[in-house]
Design a binder for this molecule. Structure first.
Ligand SMILES: N[C@@H](CCC(=O)N[C@@H](CS)C(=O)NCC(=O)O)C(=O)O
Length: 218
């Protein structure tokens, strides 16, 4: 049975990175749209796959899992012989990728998702954003990006000269801010971050996903 991908028709957050990983792996899958407005992610059937009642989730012939980064790692092994290699097999190369993913999930994403919560989600819901909270988050991200600038001066991508899952996880939130006119990724003070980010934003799989949205491949 073909792998099922459960998510709303929205390219953002963990949903975006799983959708992009599927595209990078050239994986066959069925997209199952989840309507969050009517709480389809809280039904007993859905929560049997993800007891946290959150999107995204996958079901690979009876093997269900959630947590976007964990799903991406699974997809990389599940479709090992096709598409891009997201996590290298060699121990030290893999360790460097995992190191960069830890930085993203522990220190980059938390302030970024806080800023997205204020400047994107609240605005979408007609609520007033807390600008002080957003500014605090932006300062934290800016400090991280200063270090990314040092790293990206040494090699093309975050974990070496190849695109890996370490880069892919960064598609979760930063594009959502850019769509609201908040540019933190391509400022001229960080030319290597800007080069890296512009390259990520023009990666063909991403351009296609943004243009076409989520679509089954079977
Ligand atoms: N760490 C999880 C986060 C999942 C998550 O926060 N999903 C949000 C949408 S982006 C959600 O389902 N929110 C609805 C809810 O929590 O009820 C992942 O990376 O998959």
């Amino acid at each position: 049975m073909v792998l099922k991908f459960y998510a709303p028709q929205f390219v953002g957050g963990g949903i975006a990175i799983v959708a992009l990983a599927l595209a990078e792996k050239q994986a066959a899958f069925e997209f199952v749209p989840i309507n969050m407005a009517v709480k389809e992610h809280k039904t007993a059937e859905y929560m049997a796959m993800n007891p946290f009642g959150q999107v995204p989730a996958i079901n690979d012939d009876g093997f269900a899992m959630y947590e976007s980064r964990a799903i991406c790692r699974y997809l990389d092994e599940r479709f090992a012989d096709q598409g891009a290699t997201l996590v290298p097999k060699a121990m030290k190369e893999r360790a460097v990728v995992e190191q960069a993913i830890s930085v993203e999930s522990m220190t980059f994403s938390p302030p970024l998702s806080k800023v997205v919560g204020e400047l994107v989600v609240k605005v979408r819901r007609g609520l007033t954003p807390d600008q002080a909270l957003a500014d605090e988050g932006l300062k934290e991200i800016s400090d991280k990006l200063d270090v990314y600038e040092v790293i990206l001066a040494k090699h093309n991508y975050l974990a070496g000269d190849n695109f890996t899952l370490a880069d892919l996880v960064h598609y979760a939130y930063a594009p959502m801010l850019a769509e609201k006119g908040v540019d933190i990724m391509t400022v001229k003070e960080r030319p290597n971050v800007a080069r890296w980010w512009n390259e990520l934003m023009s990666r063909p799989t991403w351009v296609k996903l943004k243009a076409e949205g989520m679509k089954s491949t079977v």
